[in-house]
Design a protein around this ligand. Structure first.
Ligand code: SAM
Length: 293
């Protein structure tokens, strides 16, 4: 057995020609160690705000103490977060966690790059307002709805069976988007189109019906919040090219990196939980690289 890799600063490890990386550590510190404008695509699937953490924090805590806060409109950002904070303490706490990571994710995006933020119905609407302020409204590309139909259904309201993925581009005049490369899907009414069109399938819209990871399928890793490869495939196909770098700061079981590799992209995965790192390492066949900070 080879000895464990000693912790190293990421900038000593990562270069544009480096192999795929699976990094153990707090993603904020790792993100800060990545060079500006180095990633084509950043996908973030943070733990959902369950409302259990109610500790009040001031809006000041979301500002970057290191001064790497570049390119955003400081005034509108501060005002937006203050307004949201006074409205909902639980969101303020969640936002205090997420905002510095989104600021770094924006910083490491290339000029033609795209950010995907995967959330559930509890915070998607707050995050949309906050991201508009961080990126600029003109950088909003899409609100994707991933709809699934699984599990128990509430009887006292419409059962909530969707996640929201907010899509923002770094530069609305320069971003990469290749709809031709995206996996197509069956028409809902194939009889209404020509047989050729029906055979080719249609381009997905911003509402994606896609099953959750099947409980008994080969894709299942056992990680509780694992996302389907099919959802990540579409994202990566549309917003990156072969050879591009894809970054997932909340990697979990390594779904983004697995999809990226199958599509010929390179990837950096970050997580801090030992179970996630163990599962992702086995899934991707990558060593776990500890981050020294
Ligand atoms: C919703 S899961 C991601 C699931 C993943 N998309 C997949 O398909 O398996 C969120 C992950 O973020 C990780 N995480 C939470 N906070 C983190 C932090 N500050 N730094 C690094 N990882 C973190 C958790 O350990 C968890 O594995």
């Amino acid at each position: 057995m080879s000895p464990p890799t000693p912790p190293q600063p990421l900038n000593a490890l990562w270069t544009p020609t480096a192999p795929d990386l699976l990094v153990a550590g707090d993603n904020l510190a790792v993100l800060r160690a990545l060079p500006e404008a180095s990633m084509q695509l950043v996908y973030l699937d943070p733990p959902f705000n369950t409302g259990r953490t109610q500790k009040r924090r001031t809006t000041r805590s979301v500002r970057d103490p290191e001064g790497t806060y570049l390119g955003f409109s400081g005034e509108s950002y501060t005002r937006t977060v203050e307004a949201l904070s006074s409205y909902d303490d639980a969101f303020a706490d969640y936002w205090a966690f997420l905002a510095p990571r989104l600021i770094e994710a924006h910083r490491v995006l290339r000029d033609d790059g795209t950010l995907y933020l995967h959330l559930d119905w509890r915070e998607a609407h707050y995050a949309k307002v906050a991201l508009d302020a961080l990126f600029g409204r003109e950088c909003f590309l899409n609100e994707l709805i991933w709809a699934y139909d699984y599990g128990a259904k509430a009887k006292s309201r419409w059962p909530t069976k969707h996640d929201t993925i907010l899509v923002y581009v770094k530069n609305p005049a320069a971003y990469w988007f290749n709809s031709e490369a995206v996996d197509r899907e069956p028409y809902m009414a194939p009889g209404l189109v020509t047989p050729e069109k029906a055979a080719r399938g249609k381009l997905p819209t911003d509402v994606w019906w896609h099953t959750i990871v099947p409980t008994a399928g080969p894709e299942k890793t056992g990680y509780p919040t694992q996302k389907p490869l099919g959802v990540l495939r579409r994202i990566i196909q549309a917003s990156s090219r072969e050879g591009d770098w894809v970054l997932d700061p909340f990697a979990g079981s390594g779904t983004t990196a697995a999809a990226a590799r199958a599509l010929g992209r390179r990837s950096i995965s970050i997580d801090q939980h030992p179970d996630a790192l163990r599962i992702a390492s086995a899934r991707l066949g990558l060593p776990i690289t500890p981050f020294a900070g």
